[in-house]
Design a protein around this ligand. Sequence first.
Ligand code: FE
Length: 198
Amino acid sequence: MSEVFDTLMNEVRRTFAATPALQAFCELPDQLETQPVTPAHIPAATLMQTDDELFSPDYSGLRDAFIAASDKAEWRETYKGTRIGEEFRQRFACYCLIGPGGPFMAEKMGAYVVYMPKGLYYPFHHHPAEELYFVIAGEAEFLMEGKEPQTLGPGSHVFHPSNRPHATQTHDHPFMAMVLWRGDMTVSPLLTYPNGDA
Ligand code: FE
């Protein structure tokens, strides 16, 4: 187990302890199983590591810990082989902290970091797991079917019910979020409109 993951987990625990919305979404177990991680880099990881516009007045410790651990992480390629554009795959970055492919494992929750540079659209997708996005840095517009779009910055969160299609758009800023899952975590995200958003 790499020390950077322990440092990162300490930051996550600190943030949980200070944030009722995270505690209300899921319990973060005191003891987590650990598992080996095979580091896998993707080009978008470099974008996150070098982005100097990830403003975060209150969560810079958590932001920096996710960046510091990122060279040891197995970056995901969730949308490889789908109709999603090559440009998106080159710029959208995500790795797991708690769950499959991550350094820690828990039975009832998962945790990921997601990064998008400015000016990127993450098309509508859905999954059985319930999801909470907690914005760590920057700013993004969150879209969800049946709800008005909302623009959120550091310290804000948005909840996505099971299988409810949702999308993310960055405009003038990049953003980084901690994404929590609960419920049925066995199914990966699927694009809601495989032939393109309406
Ligand atoms: Fe999602």
